[in-house]
Ligand binder design. Structure first.
Ligand SMILES: NC(=O)c1ccc[n+]([C@@H]2O[C@H](COP(=O)([O-])OP(=O)(O)OC[C@H]3O[C@@H](n4cnc5c(N)ncnc54)[C@H](OP(=O)(O)O)[C@@H]3O)[C@@H](O)[C@H]2O)c1
Length: 264
């Protein structure tokens, strides 16, 4: 019989590592995916020592062609069936739409739209057969807020994940499959350093920030419920509520004003 496992992309830091630590006590085997092998191996040793679980490391650039196919072949060779899929790997692009090269845009769309879709398509049939499974798509508050300048493809890709999650949840609920779009606001991770805006982001009051382990704990609690779009924290929920209930021009004006104050 195949072995049920938890597959997490982008597990080498931030929210992905925190979700791995939060899901490991469930006792399932884990597959950790990201580019930095050493980081993944460190985490794998930590989780194995703490919970006695098998943890496999798959170090790859998921945006590279053929990477997902290779990952799926590896899972099949290990007779792993994905019980919990966490689509988390992601990055931001600095500047406006015109400042990014087509190559950068393609990498973003590949990693944050195609890879999650491909992984879901691959694991869903076995989840349906087993009549259980969980898919956590790490989206963002940015996917709910309209008209964020400097966030064109990022917001669009997160909006895609949110809509995809909502439809998947409706389609697969009868098969006992739980689908969630996790929407954090600002989280202290390596994300903003990778983006090259760490210094500037320090101007954002601490009130807006969360720690990655808080985000993971909220996700774990929310798994027990049925809410598909899970926005982390009261302030982010307030911003999401304003963004989705105000007339569009007002919501766009607010998000632009906020973004200019802190991001530009
Ligand atoms: N931090 C925030 O404020 C925030 C807010 C809302 C949503 N999010 C979302 O949360 C998710 C996790 O981000 P984070 O904040 O935890 O940032 P992070 O610390 O920079 O983590 C990003 C993860 O994605 C992996 N990754 C990036 N490019 C990859 C690639 N080409 N192939 C494989 N793995 C790749 C990174 O690993 P390697 O570098 O080792 O490959 C890393 O493990 C992202 O989807 C992000 O959009 C973050």
């Amino acid at each position: 019989m195949s072995e049920p496992c938890t597959l997490i992309t982008g597990a080498s830091s931030g929210i992905g590592s925190a979700l791995a630590r939060a899901l490991a006590p469930e006792g399932r085997s884990m597959v950790l995916v990201a580019r930095r092998r050493e980081r993944l191996e460190e985490l794998a040793s930590e989780l194995h020592a703490a919970y006695g679980i098998k943890v496999w490391v798959f170090a790859t650039d998921l945006a590279a062609s053929g990477a997902v196919e290779q990952l799926l072949r590896d899972l099949a060779a290990r007779d792993c069936s994905v019980h919990t899929l966490v689509n988390n790997a992601g990055f931001g692009l600095r500047g406006g739409f015109q400042q990014a090269s087509w190559e950068q845009m393609q990498r973003m769309l590949q990693l944050m739209v195609e890879v999650p879709t491909q992984l879901i398509a691959a694991v869903l049939p076995a989840m349906r057969t087993a009549q259980e499974g969980r898919i956590i798509n790490v989206a963002s508050l940015a996917g709910l807020i309209p008209g964020l300048p400097g966030s064109c493809l990022y917001s669009a890709s997160k909006g895609f994940l949110i809509r995809l999650s909502q439809s998947l949840a409706a389609e697969n609920h009868p098969w006992g499959i739980r689908v969630m779009a996790l929407c954090p606001g600002y989280v202290h991770t390596e994300f903003h350093a990778v983006l090259g805006v760490e210094e500037r982001m320090r101007r954002l009051p601490e009130l807006f920030w969360m720690e990655a382990d808080q985000v993971a704990a909220i996700a774990i609690r929310a798994l027990a419920g049925s809410r598909v779009v899970v926005v982390n924290g009261w302030l982010n929920r307030l911003m999401a509520a304003l963004a989705t209930s105000l007339p569009e021009p007002m919501a766009v004006w607010l998000s632009s004003a906020f973004s200019q104050r802190f991001r530009r």
